[in-house]
Design a protein around this ligand. Sequence first.
Ligand SMILES: Cc1ncc(COP(=O)(O)O)c(C=O)c1O
Length: 338
Amino acid sequence: MKSFASDNYSGIHPEIFDAIQNANYQHEISYCDDTFTSETNQIFEKIFGKLVVLYAFNGTGANVICLKCCTLPFQAVICSDMAHILIDECGAPTQSIGCTLLPIATPNGKITPELIAPLLKGVGNVHHIQPKVISISQSTEMGTVYSLQELKNLCQFAHSNGLYVHLDGARISNAVASLGVSIKVATVDCGIDIMSFGGTKNGLMMGEAVLIFNDKLNENAHYYQKQSAQLFSKNRFIAAQFSALLSNDLWYRMASHSNRMAKFLENQIKELPGVKITQSVDANALFVIIPNHVIPPLRSKYTFYEWDSETHEQRWMCSFDTTEEDVFGFVKTLKELL
Ligand SMILES: Cc1ncc(COP(=O)(O)O)c(C=O)c1O
């Protein structure tokens, strides 16, 4: 099956697979006290400076740990109305933290200080929930990427209003490759307090890292990880994957490739009559409206998701292993159907 459905349809990059095998030769101390985890923590520290690193099986778990570190049950998380934490995590953050999510309508997935300001009116009023965190996704659920200036403005606004900034980095590698700067410059240097660093969507078998930059958020993090059922006794197999991902620029090679394939697809289709690209193609996803009659036959050959059932906007996503031939084949089928 060839797919443009999601970057988690793809498999495991061979260098990651090798890393898992290489971690499989000896006994190691369990629960993150192994040599692989401590070596990988050091790699993270080299990249980001001083921080606390935790690991999680999946993005939902990583987000829950991050938000738990930042909030109490009477507090609230401000997020986009398309945020994965709001739409696609079955209420995990609200269920396990008890906090409220305050969604903001965001046509392109990005939230701004201007959009947040009205939500802060009840701060200090005991009858109102208290916003404590701004949660952003980078890249966003709409395939767009916050610029460095947008990130800095948001973090500055948050901190001057006593809020933390959480970054859902399920696709942070794609965003950073798109921005063309170092990962540190695109995250902690902008003022991000806590983030998830995605692995699964960029060639790992499974695994995300929680990176805590603000030491006010550390105190209970390890307990939250355990209580959220995200502490893996054989964590060496997640850590070894991150070690490979962060070595030899593998994260960058994979993410810049999937971004390039998305641009390539955009360039092949943008002039086609009846095709409307609805979002800026900043990372590895395209959002596209095509004539209704084309959708079922195209989907019978290539899997992809309908994003909006009213407008019939479709989401097409490229992975680290999407090839130019895959794109050519997809475009050829689309042209024939049009
Ligand atoms: C923006 C975003 N955050 C987090 C996740 C992680 O989800 P999961 O818990 O399925 O790994 C996803 C996956 O689709 C995502 O798109």
